[in-house]
Design a protein around this ligand. Structure first.
Ligand SMILES: Nc1nc2c(ncn2[C@@H]2O[C@H](COP(=O)(O)OP(=O)(O)OP(=O)(O)O)[C@@H](O)[C@H]2O)c(=O)[nH]1
Ligand SMILES: [Mg+2]
Length: 215
């Protein structure tokens, strides 16, 4: 796998993460969070990432090798430097990408609600994450993308995905990168999961676990 290209779309001079011992007070408070976006090919990993990072939905499908995006993000009174790895779609998971096993704070596992195979594969990916990263306390978000297609071509019932998320102690959300539904909530959800796992914030709404829906 080729080295990830860094795509920094954050505005302003503080786009880079602060050097250690930096002098600016604001820079000192910047929290770096590394997030991996994983899933079967064509589920919308890149569209979701680009919608969040750049506010755009790409016109053309361009399969990903691996891209690293950066974004500075203000959330819950904190400043985050987000480093989001948009991974290559995986048909099967015999090899777990090294870039996803080292130094990742949280995982966004994406399937498409109109693609049953992508949902089956996400369960394998989940097992590989647990196997490679270790422990059952990995911050995880299960994302059902393409919810704009729910009335025409849904094949993965929401309840089924919700059950898996509950079993995994993961947060769950259905989104549409195309219609920009729930995308921000998804990335804020994984930030919450990461910060809760570190004891930085208390779980504020357990109801979100295994059940946040955009419709
Ligand atoms: N209807 C609909 N189509 C979407 C949505 N998100 C992505 N797509 C389409 O799905 C196709 C794949 O999108 P990508 O974002 O490239 O998918 P990917 O998972 O990054 O694909 P790989 O990099 O090949 O693994 C494209 O044709 C997108 O336009 C969505 O929310 N709704
Ligand atoms: Mg992609």
């Amino acid at each position: 796998m080729s080295a990830a290209a860094i795509k920094d779309k954050s505005p302003g001079p503080s786009a880079q993460s602060p050097p250690s011992g930096g002098s600016q007070e604001s820079a000192k408070k910047m929290l770096t969070r590394k997030i991996a976006v994983m899933g079967y090919p064509c589920v919308g990993k890149s569209s979701l990432t680009l919608r969040f990072v750049q506010g755009e939905f790409p016109d053309v499908y361009d399969t990903t090798i691996e891209d690293l995006h950066q974004k500075n993000y203000h959330y819950n009174g904190r400043e985050y430097n987000l480093r989001i790895t948009d991974t290559a779609g995986q048909q099967e998971f015999s090899i777990f990408p090294r870039s996803c096993s080292v130094d990742i704070d949280g995982y966004v596992l994406v399937y498409a609600i109109d693609d049953r195979k992508s949902f089956e594969t996400i369960q394998m990916i989940y097992e590989k994450v647990i196997e490679n990263v270790g422990g059952s306390k990995v911050p995880l978000l299960l994302v059902g993308n393409k919810v704009d297609l729910q009335h025409s071509s849904r094949v993965v019932p929401q309840a089924e995905a919700k059950n898996f998320a509950e079993k995994w102690h993961a947060r769950f959300i259905e989104v549409s990168a195309k219609d920009n539904l729930g995308v921000r909530n998804a990335f804020e959800g994984i930030l919450d999961e990461i910060d809760q796992s570190r004891g930085i914030v208390k779980p504020k709404n357990q109801g979100n676990k295994g059940g946040c829906t955009i419709s």
